[in-house]
Design a binder for this molecule. Structure first.
Ligand SMILES: Nc1ncnc2c1ncn2[C@@H]1O[C@H](COP(=O)(O)OP(=O)(O)OP(=O)(O)O)[C@@H](O)[C@H]1O
Ligand SMILES: [Mg+2]
Length: 245
């Protein structure tokens, strides 16, 4: 008999959204182990807005994969809404991702010949929502990112900033508790990048969604209340932004 499907509880049922403890991640490169995260600890409450900074190659994306349940620890633990991700199988990790997490990346990763509204609706298709309801919710999400007037445009008829807003609408359409954003302004000019950041701030404020944003942009990091800095796989700062970011 098939095991019952894994149905995660609501994130509200656990106090901290994320608890990272002694996290290590080691990759095998040929025969050589390469340790990329070397004992990272932090906790993120629901509703927080946190920037992760650090030099290129320091382990930021590796950490985001862990928080996003796309990878699991070599040692230590990552808990999402109380679930120890290292103890879950692939199907359970996928269920946690679908239930809790929206992703926004530097490359917008939109389907090229598909309209904005249908790009945004896609995650709902995987969740088994019917077509009419998918489109209704996708339009609502596009409204949240101020793109209602571009619903029927395909990505090639959108600017870079508009494409990223479509990607953000797609990330929030499932009403996730957590938005993980890895260099979301990396492909945008400064002004458009700032608009995108203001949009994340608004979503955090209005929807209460927890936002974690990896960035190289010190101006962006200075806008947040909490900055986590990773250098060479270790957490070297966790608190308000400092002058020497
Ligand atoms: N799957 C993997 N196998 C082997 N090495 C990896 C793997 N993933 C990442 N690494 C290595 O881990 C280190 C950290 O990579 P990561 O992508 O986390 O850095 P980053 O801080 O996100 O850098 P950037 O700012 O350039 O995006 C790099 O040296 C990278 O080559
Ligand atoms: Mg990276």
């Amino acid at each position: 008999m098939a095991a019952p499907a894994f149905a995660p509880h609501a994130p509200e049922e656990h106090e901290a959204l994320i608890e990272v403890s002694g996290l290590e991640r080691t990759f095998m490169v040929g025969d050589e182990p390469l340790t990329v995260l070397r004992g990272v600890d932090f906790t993120i409450p629901r509703g927080a807005y946190v920037a992760i900074i650090g030099p290129s190659g320091s382990g930021k994306s590796t950490l985001m994969y862990q928080l996003g349940c796309l990878d699991t620890p070599s040692a230590g633990t990552v808990r999402l809404a109380g679930y120890d991700i290292g103890s879950l199988d692939d199907a359970e990790l996928a269920a946690l991702r679908n239930r809790f997490i929206g992703f926004v990346f530097q490359a917008f990763n939109l389907l090229p010949r598909t309209t904005a509204v249908d790009n945004v609706a896609l995650p709902l298709r995987y969740a088994g929502v019917g077509l009419r309801e998918r489109r209704r919710r996708a339009r609502e999400a596009l409204g949240r990112v101020a793109l209602s007037h571009r619903e029927d445009h395909t990505p090639e008829r959108l600017s870079g900033g508009e494409r990223q807003r479509v990607a953000i609408a797609r990330a929030i359409v499932t009403e996730p508790a957590l938005l993980l954003c890895d260099e979301p302004t990396g492909n945008l000019d400064q002004k458009v990048g700032r608009e995108i950041v203001e949009l994340f701030e608004r979503l955090n404020d209005e929807l209460g969604v927890t936002v974690i944003i990896v960035t190289h942009d010190p101006a962006l990091a200075r806008r947040v209340r909490r900055v986590i800095k990773i250098v060479d796989g270790r957490l070297v700062h966790d608190g308000p932004p400092t002058a020497d970011l």
